[in-house]
Design a protein around this ligand. Structure first.
Ligand SMILES: [Zn+2]
Length: 320
């Protein structure tokens, strides 16, 4: 059913591309991050992801939207989108036909999030799963612990008369940071790209705490949220800052140093190692295909008796 064409997954029977990296005729887009959302002639996505794509990719796009858990027919198969817990609107794709159930996770996270629907897991026969943090050392601390550490850092920074600058990807992580820090009582100033997406969140029913567009002259007393690498010149106008990065890679030795920030916090929108294993327990597939991650996760799974394979960019698939 599937083949990989130029590194992108294509279901010929359905005439459907999946998170294709180049513009295609008809493509399922799992979520609005730029490595997944490209301009296609027709984008199949959740209504929330469609709104995010519209905001990021501009006008002139055509969408076919499907709400979570509402199956629809496509060719000889039945498809269902269900939450991935990664960013607002992020979905996983279930394809059912007479041969069984196939799930494509896209980027996902298990557990709670403040600004998107928590992921659900479907039992399936064949699973194509991302494994970004597929090494045993990637065990994220409980969210409450990360949040407590981040808010304590921001409070300390303000008390010392500096402006805390938090780097977080403009889609997803930044809104999570806004909810978390605004919810803890901090005044927020955000980069314009983050503000634009926050507006989409609120149009889609996810209210975020009050916030202002970044303005260096009025930033004192606020927590500033910027995308990593987002307009360093604007930030240079702030006289005294402390910086922090929100990333799962915070668990890497030297992460703070490598990111060039004063602090790192392991707030991630991906599953950590135990969550990847937990997902497999719940989905109970007979075959696991892996993409977007460490190839050695394959060996971790095989050691556990799971039939797993890493999806090489030019592999031919006739599994399903
Ligand atoms: Zn993503």
């Amino acid at each position: 059913m599937f083949s990989l064409v130029d590194g992108s997954l294509y279901a010929a029977e359905l005439n459907l591309w999946i998170d294709a990296s180049a513009g295609r005729e008809r493509c399922y887009v799992s979520h609005g991050h730029s490595d997944h959302a490209r301009r296609h002639a027709l984008i199949v996505a959740t209504p929330q992801s469609a709104a995010i794509c519209r905001s990021r990719l501009g006008d002139g796009l055509a969408f076919e939207t499907h709400a979570y858990h509402e199956p629809f027919e496509l060719g000889p198969a039945r498809l269902t989108l269900f939450p991935a817990g990664h960013v607002l609107g992020s979905s996983q794709l279930l394809i059912e036909n007479e041969r069984g159930r196939f799930v494509y996770t896209g980027d996902f996270k298990l557990g709670p999030a403040l600004t998107c629907e928590p992921a659900t897991v479907e039992r399936c026969d064949v699973l194509l799963m991302e494994c970004t943090f597929g090494r045993p050392r990637y065990v994220f601390p409980p969210r409450e612990e990360i949040c407590a550490a981040l808010t304590a850092w921001a409070r300390r920074t303000l008390e010392e008369g500096a402006t805390p600058v938090v780097y977080a990807y403009s889609l997803g992580k930044a809104q999570e940071a806004m909810a978390l820090l605004g919810g803890a009582g901090f005044k927020l100033m955000v980069h314009p790209a983050i503000e634009r997406l926050a507006r989409v969140y609120s149009e889609q029913g996810v209210e975020l705490p009050p916030h202002l567009a970044f303005d260096a002259a009025g930033a004192a007393g606020h927590v500033v949220i910027f995308p990593p690498g987002g307009n360093a010149r604007a930030l240079a106008e702030l006289r005294y800052t402390r910086t922090a990065m929100l990333t799962g890679w915070a668990l890497d030795p030297g992460a703070r140093y490598r990111s060039g920030v004063d602090a790192v916090f392991p707030l991630s929108d991906h599953a950590d190692f135990p969550s990847l294993l937990r997902y497999l327990e719940l989905a109970a597939p007979r075959k696991v295909l892996l993409n977007h991650g460490f190839k050695d996760f394959v060996h971790e799974l095989r050691r556990r008796g799971i039939d797993a394979e890493f999806l090489e960019p030019h592999a031919q698939l006739s599994l399903f």
